[in-house]
Design a protein around this ligand. Sequence first.
Ligand SMILES: *[C@@H]1O[C@H](CO)[C@@H](O)[C@H](O)[C@H]1NC(C)=O
Ligand SMILES: *[C@@H]1O[C@H](CO)[C@@H](O)[C@H](O)[C@H]1NC(C)=O
Ligand SMILES: *[C@@H]1O[C@H](CO)[C@@H](O)[C@H](O)[C@H]1NC(C)=O
Ligand SMILES: *[C@@H]1O[C@H](CO)[C@@H](O)[C@H](O)[C@H]1NC(C)=O
Ligand SMILES: *[C@@H]1O[C@H](CO)[C@@H](O)[C@H](O)[C@H]1NC(C)=O
Ligand SMILES: *[C@@H]1O[C@H](CO)[C@@H](O)[C@H](O)[C@H]1NC(C)=O
Ligand SMILES: *[C@@H]1O[C@H](CO)[C@@H](O)[C@H](O)[C@H]1NC(C)=O
Ligand SMILES: *[C@@H]1O[C@H](CO)[C@@H](O)[C@H](O)[C@H]1NC(C)=O
Ligand SMILES: *[C@@H]1O[C@H](CO)[C@@H](O)[C@H](O)[C@H]1NC(C)=O
Ligand SMILES: *[C@@H]1O[C@H](CO)[C@@H](O)[C@H](O)[C@H]1NC(C)=O
Ligand SMILES: *[C@@H]1O[C@H](CO)[C@@H](O)[C@H](O)[C@H]1NC(C)=O
Ligand SMILES: CC(=O)N[C@H]1CO[C@H](CO)[C@@H](O)[C@@H]1O
Length: 741
Amino acid sequence: MLPSLLYSFILYFGLVSCGTPTPQSIPLAVRSPYFSAWLQAPANFVLNNTLGWAGFINVDGTSYVWMGEPNVPNTRFNKTVQQSVTITATQSTFVMTAGPVALTIIFLSPVEPTDLVNQSFPFAYMAMSAKATDGNSHKVRLYSDISGEWLSGNDDMIMNWTTSTTGDTIIHQSQLENQTALVDINDRIQQGSSYFASLNASGVTWQTGQDIVVRAQFINNSVLLNTEDNKFRDINDDWPVLAISHDLGTVSNTPQTAVIAIGLVRDPVIEYVTAGGGTQNRSLYFWTRFSSIEDAITTFLGDYDNALARATKFDAQVVTDAGNANLPPNYLSLVEWSIRQAFGGIEITVSKDSTGAYNSSDATAFLKEISSSGRTSTADVIFAAWPLFLYTNPAIGKALLLPLLEYQATGQYPNKWACHDLGPAYPQALGYPKGNDLFAPVEESADMLIMTLSYAQKSKDTSLIKTYYNLLQQWAQYLQENTLTPSSQYSADVFAGMLPNQTNLAMKGIIALQAMSEMATMISDSSLSSTYATTAKTYVGQWQTLATAADDLHLTYTYGNSSSWGLLYNLYADKLLQTNIIPGSIYDTQSSFYSESQNNNQFGIPLNTWNTSALTGWEIWMAAIVNDSSLQASLINDVYQYLTDGRSTAPFPDLYDTVSGDTAPLFYRNRPVVGGNLALLVLSQSSSSNPNTNSSSGTSSSPPSPTSTGGHSSSVETLASARTVSVVFALVIAVTVSALF
Ligand SMILES: *[C@@H]1O[C@H](CO)[C@@H](O)[C@H](O)[C@H]1NC(C)=O
Ligand SMILES: *[C@@H]1O[C@H](CO)[C@@H](O)[C@H](O)[C@H]1NC(C)=O
Ligand SMILES: *[C@@H]1O[C@H](CO)[C@@H](O)[C@H](O)[C@H]1NC(C)=O
Ligand SMILES: *[C@@H]1O[C@H](CO)[C@@H](O)[C@H](O)[C@H]1NC(C)=O
Ligand SMILES: *[C@@H]1O[C@H](CO)[C@@H](O)[C@H](O)[C@H]1NC(C)=O
Ligand SMILES: *[C@@H]1O[C@H](CO)[C@@H](O)[C@H](O)[C@H]1NC(C)=O
Ligand SMILES: *[C@@H]1O[C@H](CO)[C@@H](O)[C@H](O)[C@H]1NC(C)=O
Ligand SMILES: *[C@@H]1O[C@H](CO)[C@@H](O)[C@H](O)[C@H]1NC(C)=O
Ligand SMILES: *[C@@H]1O[C@H](CO)[C@@H](O)[C@H](O)[C@H]1NC(C)=O
Ligand SMILES: *[C@@H]1O[C@H](CO)[C@@H](O)[C@H](O)[C@H]1NC(C)=O
Ligand SMILES: *[C@@H]1O[C@H](CO)[C@@H](O)[C@H](O)[C@H]1NC(C)=O
Ligand SMILES: CC(=O)N[C@H]1CO[C@H](CO)[C@@H](O)[C@@H]1O
């Protein structure tokens, strides 16, 4: 029997008239590629891992379950009734009633990118508050536990555990007895320890042991025994759970709160190739401030009130910035649903110096291509997520670029173009000494040049340009020779296959040549600057001729095939960098073409003419650059409808069908690419005057967005019966077909 196997989380839209839709998969604890728990409707979820995470509340002697669907024989307990769920950029808040008591659970996954220690700490909060709703006082006790399923995707592994009760904190820790460092299987890693912890106070009790024994203890007695079960065994052998209970005492209409910290810590987190073929193990950056995990957890728990205040302030800033009236209705919600997920795809790391001390000036970040190929630091995936880093802290963008730049500057990558990624299997970043990475030379070279300039523009820091100037020039030279008529190769959309002469790809390479020119200007190399500017300008004219369809009504997907077309989303780079080398007429032509009803399906515009699939991120990038405000609003709304129509049950799945609204099976869930959904926000902040949006309607004439703040409160009246919580860990994937993505 599973400890808390949970069935569908059912959203009843329209049950209460003021309801605003939310996605069906709601983030609960999302902090790293291997620590990502979601409330999930598993209906069409093909491969998944369920995590045991259960919660009970006892009111005046009656127990109610509020999370999980535990089956506890010989006990009697009721279910809470869920009243609402609200999603902000950092928090998912559930309100439910347990008889005369209202219970509010806040799942807070901090987003604090300006502090690399805080951002890299792989922990989330679960805060439980209770208050009476009937004017009387009630005795309230809370219970929660986790199982060993947080440690592995394979429940036949032996786990062990300890409970530390020294100092001010009760910390349950568990791990696999037989760990495998630096290798993941099906997007789950068999390495590290999970933690489930609370500050101690009078009335806090704990227990470890078989799920049904520990839960029955609370259900019957509303207190735990402070005892350990020390028979270490398989995760699924009498399902050991680690539990904590809080006695809130007598609660009236003032809420009483108890806080749990939950996390998964590995060390090392990344194995990275160094000059001369050596390797280096890298640790999470938070170790630069804390000498023990106990200290870090105690500080984190003690900081909850401040962390909640900081998170609420961050959330409010997102509402102000993404919910402003110049942006389309529902855009704010897409941004709010993207931020945690995108940060959950990266890890910020530090190395040790020769004395064994952490070198805090060596901060680098790595990204996992979750739910697709599993690769490490794919340049085009960092590019797809890039707007998030510009908005929150460009230094994280720099930290993500550094490993790619450093590695290629060592000369260990033999090709003259930029590599696709740093290794086929996260968390290893060992490079490709044979140069046999995925063949996407124009894509990756252009991405690196565009991001390096973008970082310098946003931060005013030209150090990357200065340090890696030779490498950047090498890539620009490659593009000069290869981008106008690219050979058969992949673009970022690997599932579209290798194709020659891709219009959108060639254009990106040309924008990157202009980016090289501007980088040269930044460091006063005027001769190189004018060389690349001239080339870029010449190429734009030639490209336009090669790429225009015979009827002049649109650009093709590949040169010469007038019946083909695709989303020209790389125009976003021209806007972002303000290179403005693509003529306004292209924006006009493409906008009119996409607006035609036969191109715009119920859930958006297909990525290309091969079939009706699309990626949400590129729909949003197009929305950011089309010069027609009703097209912009419809693209945003289409993505929003796709996510909220009740059929998409996985964490922000980005590959879908624009006709049916179905999510593609298996892959493309919970990916960091959603960081790119901040594309409109970033453009709206970087420039109010937009040279190419003057022809039909500029951003200032976007439709009024009366409901845009509704996205923020997302106060969906949701009924999740108490059996409802289905928690799924990340997404499991990675079979052979995915190897290309
Ligand atoms: C518990 O549920 C039962 C029905 O299953 C109901 O009769 C009873 O009133 C409930 N008790 C409380 C305290 O809600
Ligand atoms: C980081 O967390 C600490 C508590 O550990 C807190 O005092 C500090 O304000 C946080 N920094 C930021 C920038 O949020
Ligand atoms: C649990 O297993 C780990 C190996 O992952 C081992 O280092 C540790 O000593 C074990 N702990 C206990 C309490 O047996
Ligand atoms: C530990 O795990 C590795 C890899 O899964 C396996 O090859 C090995 O046999 C295991 N060792 C033990 C003692 O279970
Ligand atoms: C928790 O604190 C209480 C006093 O508030 C103390 O009696 C108890 O021993 C502590 N428990 C642990 C596990 O430290
Ligand atoms: C809980 O109470 C039931 C009877 O109501 C009893 O059968 C069971 O053994 C009790 N379990 C615990 C752990 O107290
Ligand atoms: C990195 O860590 C792994 C796993 O702990 C270890 O086997 C390896 O020797 C370490 N490498 C270096 C260079 O320290
Ligand atoms: C610390 O890292 C920085 C940046 O990589 C490097 O320049 C410096 O040499 C390192 N310091 C030591 C003591 O290793
Ligand atoms: C759409 O076309 C791509 C190739 O471009 C292919 O991989 C994918 O399976 C197709 N999808 C459907 C639903 O046919
Ligand atoms: C790409 O386009 C150019 C210019 O039209 C053409 O000469 C070349 O043959 C095309 N390449 C391929 C592989 O079709
Ligand atoms: C041209 O594009 C159409 C539509 O995408 C496609 O079906 C056809 O196979 C393409 N033709 C060639 C020669 O690639
Ligand atoms: C393929 C697979 O294991 N699917 C499971 C996903 O989880 C639900 C319950 O949470 C199971 O019912 C499915 O069988």
